[in-house]
Design a binder for this molecule. Sequence first.
Ligand SMILES: [Zn+2]
Length: 522
Amino acid sequence: MVKKSIEILDTTLRDGSQAASISFTLRDKIKTAILLDELGVDYIEGGWPGSNPKDYEFFKEIKNYSLKNAKIAAFGSTRRKGIKPEEDVSLKSILDADTSVAVLFGKTWTLHVKEVLRTTLEDNLQIISDSVQFLRDHGIEVIFDAEHFYQGFKEDKEYALKVVNTAYEAGAKVVALADTNGGTLPHEVLEITRYIAERTKAKLGVHMHNDTGNAVANSLMGVVAGARHVQGTINGIGERTGNADLIQIIPSLLLKMGFKVLRNPDGLKRLKEVSSALYELAGIHPNPYQPYVGDNAFTHKAGVHADAVMKNTRAYEHIDPSIIGNQRKIVISELSGTANLVNYLDRLGLKLEKKEEKLKRALQTIKELEAKGYSFDLAPESALLVVLKELGYYEKLIDMKYWKVINENGLALAVVKVNSRIEAAEGDGPVNAVDNALRRCLVKDFPELESVKLTDYRVVLPGEIKNTESVVRVTIEFTDGKNTWRTEGVSQSVIEASIMALVDGLDYYLQINKKLKPLLTI
Ligand SMILES: [Zn+2]
């Protein structure tokens, strides 16, 4: 049986850029369009040239790139009342954008027609018909977005249907039903979309907003009811609580509902990469709980889960994470069983039996440290150092014998004695000063540390810790340009906790490269 296709229209650059605090530069927009094209979406709505003159630049610039899969679409409204289409600024702005596709939005809700547009219901149909036809006459493919469709339907379903059929008869290739206020629930979407699908020849689409947290479910319900075109944004960014998240919709349609989606057959593997890139371009922290692509989406912390997943991944995973470019993570923590450790070490190339006594001891140490304020799921490499020590694979390479930090009057100075060397250094703040001094001591013996950089530094109060004074937990992220790792320190003093995390971070790198590598090649 030939699989049915669903077209994807991405509106990250238009509806998505209407999100609070997001502002894409022209360069960001071009980058986004290229990523979306590589992913394999059918349409990229590039902007609203009538409302934002900056968007013209995008439409001009993107012509210099040959896209493999996606068509670029310009967004705009139907003509104003009482004028001819050729005199209308909005329609003209679409023509000026010079795209092969237009997404044209028009009124569906009688309340909007009468009170906002202040015209008759008949005239609104004429406006829609004229506007679609005008663009069609200029050789432009038209996707008609029926604004406030679901609210409109609830008040006057015959009129809502008339709007769909008017756009279709005027030549719209797709009529997308929009839940503009985002207040419609999935069972209503199913019912309403089905009602329309049974009474129109138009190819239907859906455009959902997430105001009740149902934009993804609503989009899928629209498809169940017969829609074959879905609009949304990457990571669900958009006004208010956002749009339907294509990152969740695409794999659900493809993997669970059996539709053909994305023009690039390998596009699905790039889902996480595209999601991450868009978070970065939008300046938003990735959501670790995001379905499919979140960092936690395939992370197993509880011992019984990890144990089961190692026996059969389907036990606690709804799909193979590699299909969408994500990966399974087994976290070492106080909730872990030895299975988590075995899995973790296995990935490093160390084969161990779950029942081995040393592993149980390592786990015990980890649990004791977590009780003191460590949280090894945030810094797995610190946990690994604990394990290596217990297993006898560890050799002390950094022996911090003494440290002193002066931090006053804008001066941050650190003196450290490490192994047999004493060094002092200044820095931007005490942690940076210690880092500089520490490296001075180590770099002669371990020049490879020059490539190691700090990329993140966080201090948290780990909350109530039994039988101890209040402590702080410092987590530091490192990179050598290829890999990243995170280590932790816990102490009553921020500086001491920072130094512990710093030493662990450098130590981890040395242990992996100096000690473990030769051992693993045997
Ligand atoms: Zn919208």
